[in-house]
Design a protein around this ligand. Sequence first.
Ligand code: G6P
Length: 608
Amino acid sequence: MCGIVGYIGKQKAAPIILDGLERLEYRGYDSAGMAVYDGEKLNQAKATGRLNVLYNLTRGGQTLPGTMGIGHTRWATHGVPSTVNAHPHTNTAGTIAVVQNGIIENYQALRRRLESRGYKFASDTDTEVLPHLLDNYYNGDPRKAIIQMLQQITGSFALGIVFADHPDHLYSVRKECPLIVGKGEGEYFIASDVTAILKYTRDVVYLGNLEIADLTADGAFYFNIDEEEISKEVSTVDWDVSAAEKGGYEHFMLKEMMEQRQAVRDTLNPRLKKGEIVIEELKMTDEEIANVRKLFIVACGSAYHTGVTAKYIFENLARLPVEVDLASEFRYRDPLLEKDDLVVVISQSGETADTLAALRMASEAGCKILAIVNVVGSTIAREADFVMYTWAGPEIAVATTKAYSAQLIALYLLAMKFAGARGYLHGRKLRSMIDALTKLPDQIEMLLNNREELQRIASRFIAARAVFFIGRGIDYAICLEGSLKLKEISYIHSEAYAAGELKHGTISLIEDGTLVAAVSTQASLSEKLLSNIKEVKARGAVILSITTMGNTDIENESDYTVMLPETHPLFTDSLAIIPLQMLAYYIAVGRGCDVDKPRNLAKSVTVE
Ligand code: G6P
């Protein structure tokens, strides 16, 4: 969740670290700090609040001279956000500094042990045991001390470590948490996310679990916990730096919403070949696909919502039973997994702790795992049997938009592939669905271009206290995501309700002026939803409906209506979500919220 950046080379380290941290702020942003070696000693600066506080404190890094250092932006887990708890943490002499992302699970026992040996702790963090442990083992050889420390700690973590008496070296190691090494010309970087260093290099090394990097300005040495050298491949990242910058937009979220045509097109096009759906990454024959007994879809947050949509599509199109689970539930509920079940895990970051644990559990049960992931080389991508990438590019705003849209496309393609292999989709039906798919990018763009209308509607609901989203079938899945978008960035309480459930409780919350967003894209359910709209209207609700072009019955009952262009009924999520994303965005902007970095949230949740 936290962000790590480290630099060793010939340039001033602090401004590079600050620049990298700024790009990682979406990973955590309640405090930040840096330690930089100035030729004699390690100097530190820490600040609570957003990164610009640290930036101002160090005058853009100028007060911390030196060409080697580490930095961190924190999302508090152990200990409140404070300067004392901010990283880096050091030994008492201030000669060993550590930044950490993750959790050291046995830190309490270690702390007690170290305290009994006279070590004094300043913070409430789990991380502080690390510099003291290193201090305890250190007798001039950092590599040995790091290995001994690793033998003592449990948990999942990524670390950046520096020693004042080895100022030409920057050390890094990871276990479960993401961390990459960037290779420049006469310089090396470490970062918990490639976007932090894209400006400087696109050549990266993905560290494996418990692989340790010893970096100098001129070279890198990688070794394992037995101190044996390991050779690592340098990969080139094909994201360019502009993809991780705002490019003139007020917020990353707006920029990323506007990139949805591209994200959808890039995810779709390579998999449509001569009127067929080709998913090369899924190395299963049609016969193997046909033999899948059951599909489990497992994910967190918005990725889970794409799974809810996918269940309707797979069951309708491929007649295959699907269970959709939140990864945090799935991993503990002892699901009835069998060898011929396929488990699909969905994750933008490819690092979400619960999703990763679910993957491992299913894999141990003998199931094949297909991962739908956005970040190339991420842990989930590396551990799955098959990886289907969503080509959405880097997503920085905490609230996902373009990755969500790309995930939907990947799932449509997968469901169609399964339907074909199982004998339910071919000929005219297949052609018309492919035709509908290829129209989606432009239809999405058309809706995005209609944002002024959404801005106007949003301006009326800036002071709303609660918003309800109602729909049936796929429209209910859309509501789940629309509601999450609104609440996470605007802090307005919102609920998504399967419209038929209203009468079982929620309707008592509707009062004069309550906004109800009604999603109605399924012709077969339109009349039912119309009745639900009437019910809430009768209790004073104001209705914003999202419906398909020509549905005048719904329009006539609504105060505001957004009409969607025509598509296949199973693909409507891709269109209906656009106005709901915009509604959330413009309401949040109108309320003065920090849209890209909503309070208490982080983009990539690498702790349980
Ligand atoms: C966080 C993000 C969500 C995201 C979820 C799952 O909560 O704020 O936007 O949907 O994690 O993340 P993943 O990277 O696994 O898709």
